[in-house]
Design a protein around this ligand. Sequence first.
Ligand SMILES: NC(=O)c1ccc[n+]([C@@H]2O[C@H](COP(=O)([O-])OP(=O)(O)OC[C@H]3O[C@@H](n4cnc5c(N)ncnc54)[C@H](OP(=O)(O)O)[C@@H]3O)[C@@H](O)[C@H]2O)c1
Length: 255
Amino acid sequence: MHKKAMVTGGGRGIGLGVVRELVAAGYDVAITGSSPAEHYAATLEELQKSGSEIFYLQGDLANTCESRHCVEEAVKRLGRIDVLVNNAGVAPKVRADLLEMTEESFDRVVGTNTRGTMFLTQAVAKQMLGQEAEDGARGSIINISSISATVTSVNRGEYCVSKAGVSMLTQLYADRLAPEQIFVYEIRPGVIQTDMTTAVREKYDAMFAGGGCPIARWGLPQDIGRAAAALCTNSFRYTTGQVIFVDGGMHIQKL
Ligand SMILES: NC(=O)c1ccc[n+]([C@@H]2O[C@H](COP(=O)([O-])OP(=O)(O)OC[C@H]3O[C@@H](n4cnc5c(N)ncnc54)[C@H](OP(=O)(O)O)[C@@H]3O)[C@@H](O)[C@H]2O)c1
């Protein structure tokens, strides 16, 4: 029988990379996003050719009522959620110096990336608690944070704070849910080629060319997807709260 997954922001970018790998591994997948369903019609049609059950649920992650509704709908259609991938997230609309950062931008970014992820995870964790364990787990939760969880960028401080929060909520849920056979991991991507990084493409092209990353290329959504799919297997049943860097080695401190 197919395992069941929910991937937030799974319609494009890194989330779609994760969905593709989970589908290849035989999962049925509920995809969420804030855009209307029509936006992802072509992508869904293509994914559905795999024979897996794949559907889209519209819901704003920053709105806990909408998120809870997405979880309820996903459970109605899938029966259970074996894997939650918390991928949806936003960057600041404007990269402004820390001293010019607005409260509005802080609230939008932290409200979506951190608060939204915190409460969506809470809803899914409660669902997982009621599920029978399969393959040694009642569920797995994978949070997509960022190297910005620990690396400063003073022109997008709200993003860094939001991802540091995702890192801590990973630890919290890992601690709370380990006795319940629910395992929680954090994938910390480096610089990945998606819509989010389109506006800063030249900056990072120059960084890769200048030796700023040991594996000197852009990361791809598939790189994150493969790591996420690996964490969903039963190979990591004595591991939780772990951070997996998928960043081409960018976190290595060099002298
Ligand atoms: N690209 C990178 O270099 C990089 C590096 C490290 C970490 N990350 C993280 O990886 C995740 C995915 O990034 P990406 O590069 O794939 O970004 P992206 O291309 O901008 O995609 C963002 C995804 O999140 C969804 N989303 C955004 N706001 C939402 C909301 N309020 N409610 C529900 N869904 C929402 C989007 O769907 P809709 O547009 O339909 O809402 C979309 O599917 C983010 O958490 C990001 O912070 C990215």
